[in-house]
Write a protein that binds this ligand. Structure first.
Ligand SMILES: N[C@@H](CCC(=O)N[C@@H](CS)C(=O)NCC(=O)O)C(=O)O
Length: 205
């Protein structure tokens, strides 16, 4: 089995979905959490000047989505056939759009604008994305347990991660979306994910 080192800051950010994917595979990896000083020294030696970076047998892979999908393909969590893989790509794209809104709100400096953005997230943005995820879940003809195909894939994990982040900030009301509530719990209860969630460091972003 390959040796993995994941490098990122000490937070969830763009890396948490990769940590969750790695946890779901049961693969061993080194979770290297760099402070800014360490990152500044390391940055010139990276491919694209940003993290997360996965080192696979000493070779670097950048771009969070590419890393998560690579891990999925290596360990049988990447769907079967072109259609399922395209569905996974679609779901990653949707999650990127939602994550962007969450990050922009989190890092907003103007308190008044931030409060407005939080309200918009709660009332418009999250409900819209929950509708989208629910539609995908319902349209999966192979059962309503997972988003793509008949078993868990990295798409379930990336959706879990972004919803988990939003929920941890009190931005999601699952009352109108019980299916997504149930979906989130199912992913959280997958044994390896549950084990990881029990032990992971606290972080609000
Ligand atoms: N498109 C990249 C974006 C990565 C990115 O923006 N990383 C930020 C942290 S979330 C970073 O490394 N910032 C430090 C820097 O640019 O020096 C991805 O999805 O992986």
């Amino acid at each position: 089995m390959s040796s993995y080192k994941l490098r990122y800051f000490d937070g969830r950010g763009r890396a948490e979905m990769i940590r969750l994917c790695l946890a779901a595979t049961g693969a061993n990896y080194e979770d290297i959490r760099m402070n800014f000083e360490q990152w500044t020294k390391f940055k010139p030696s990276t491919i694209a000047g940003h993290m997360p970076i996965l080192e696979v047998d000493g070779k670097q892979l950048a771009e969070a989505d590419a890393i998560a999908k690579f891990v999925g393909r290596e360990h049988g969590l990447a769907g079967e056939g072109n259609w399922e893989m395209a569905q996974i790509d679609m779901i990653f794209g949707i999650c990127t759009d939602l994550r962007k809104e969450l990050f922009e709100t989190h890092f907003e400096k103007d308190e008044k604008v931030k409060a407005e953005k939080i309200e918009k997230l709660k009332k418009e943005v999250l409900p819209k994305f929950l509708d989208i995820f629910e539609k995908i879940l319902e349209s999966n003809g192979k059962g309503d347990r997972f988003l793509v195909g008949s078993s868990v894939t990295v798409a379930d994990i990336v959706v879990f991660d972004v919803l988990d982040l939003a929920a941890s900030k009190g931005l999601v009301d699952f009352k109108e979306h019980p299916k997504m509530d149930c979906f989130k719990k199912k992913v959280a209860e997958l044994p390896r994910i549950a084990e990881y969630l029990k032990l992971r460091p606290n972080s609000n972003m």
